[in-house]
Design a protein around this ligand. Structure first.
Ligand code: TYM
Length: 348
């Protein structure tokens, strides 16, 4: 990010309303591998938002340690995810692209907001219930207060829009509640963020169990397509996708596998579900799966190619996240100063 861009963003922070530019924030946890679900439900939708808005895209490394991580693997994954952000079309000349842990204000604001969030609210969070069932040996306090850190991520930048998949809706709602509660006590401190959830593709399902979400940390690699999977692997995984015995390529109740593949094709190509359905109405499942696989291969090909190009230039990637974090720290610092002043801390 150039000095000019920094000046632009600084000005945009104070003149956001006048310029009608909105602030966008979103992030992905560097766990497992970036999968088609993350791409279609989130990252792909971030790309066009960069033209009209001031965007902050973060690899939310601090969120990932609510589950035990191997330090060496985590370090590598953090870099890979950030590189993938750029490969997916996030543009360092338009957006800030950085690591959450490089902006200490995320954790600082999270502490403050913890004191304005109730235990009852956090214990109702679906993700907390699911993750504590899955990791019964490690139900740590971070897992419990995770939504507060996420609220801090968003509120820190006076964010207007948060593009996410449907599974994050509840977390967005609690961020709004916390922001309104804080504003109610201290005046207009935080902008109230709005979730942007795609109409189609907000929840891509597992290829092996199409009643549950495609997850980047699934232990069975056949359940997901990783953004970096090679064409042969994508085809194999698609061929083994669970469907049904009814034999009709149409959207409907009890046809979760087919519904999922129709959705994937539709989002991958931009064709509507209706027209996708009509296109494949007379095909058998084998041919249909092959066409979906080919659409996904073509969708992901440029991302994979750009990723391997970027891997050859780690200095460039480093310059992106370093410069972005410098600007992000300045924006975040302004919110922190305001928050500390409002709650009665002495200015340094
Ligand atoms: P995470 O890392 O689980 O997922 C990253 C993004 O991908 C979306 N997503 C999906 N969309 C469609 N189909 C799927 N199968 C699918 N799986 C995941 C998620 O909705 C998300 O948008 N808590 C967040 C990360 C986060 C964050 C934030 C997001 C931390 N702070 C602030 C936005 C703003 C998470 O765990 O996402």
């Amino acid at each position: 990010m150039s000095e000019n861009k920094e000046a632009d963003l600084t000005a945009a922070n104070t003149e956001n309303k006048a310029a009608k530019k909105k602030r966008v924030f979103s992030g992905v946890q560097p766990t497992g591998r970036l999968v088609l679900g993350n791409y279609l439900g989130a990252v792909k939708n971030w790309v066009p938002m960069q033209d009209e808005n001031e965007c902050c895209f973060c690899v939310v490394d601090q969120h990932s340690i609510t589950v035990r991580q191997d330090p060496k693997e985590l370090r590598q994954r953090c870099l890979d995810f950030l590189t993938l952000y750029i490969a997916c079309g996030l543009d360092p000349d338009k957006s800030l692209i950085y690591f959450q842990s490089h902006v200490p204000a995320h954790a600082q604001l999270a502490w403050v907001l913890n004191c304005y969030t109730y235990m009852g609210e956090l214990s109702r969070m679906t993700q907390f219930k699911e993750k504590s069932l899955k990791h019964q040996d490690n139900i740590n306090a971070g897992l419990f207060t995770y939504p507060v850190l996420m609220a801090a991520d968003i509120l820190l930048y006076q964010t207007d829009l948060v593009p996410v998949g449907i599974d994050q809706k509840q977390h967005l709602e609690i961020a709004q509640i916390i922001a309104k509660r804080f504003n109610g006590a201290y005046g207009d401190v935080f902008r109230i963020p709005e979730a942007i959830i795609p109409k189609v593709g907000a929840k891509i399902m597992s290829l092996q169990d199409p009643t549950s979400k495609m997850s980047k940390s699934d232990v069975n690699p056949k359940a997901y397509i990783a953004v970096l999977d090679e064409p042969d692997t994508i085809i194999k995984k698609m061929k083994s996708a669970v469907t049904d015995s009814d034999g009709k390529v149409e959207y409907g109740d009890g046809k979760d596998g087919i519904n999922n593949l129709l959705t994937i094709y539709s989002v991958a190509t931009g064709e509507s579900i209706e027209s996708t359905q009509a296109r494949f109405a007379n095909l058998g499942y084998g041919d249909f799966k092959m066409q979906v696989a080919e659409a996904v291969v073509e969708l992901l090909r440029p991302v994979r190619e750009k990723y391997y190009d970027l891997k050859k230039n780690e200095d460039y990637v480093k310059s992106v996240y370093t410069k972005s974090a410098d600007v992000a720290n300045k924006i975040a610092g302004r919110t922190m100063d305001k928050v500390y002043k409002k709650i009665g801390f002495i200015a340094r």
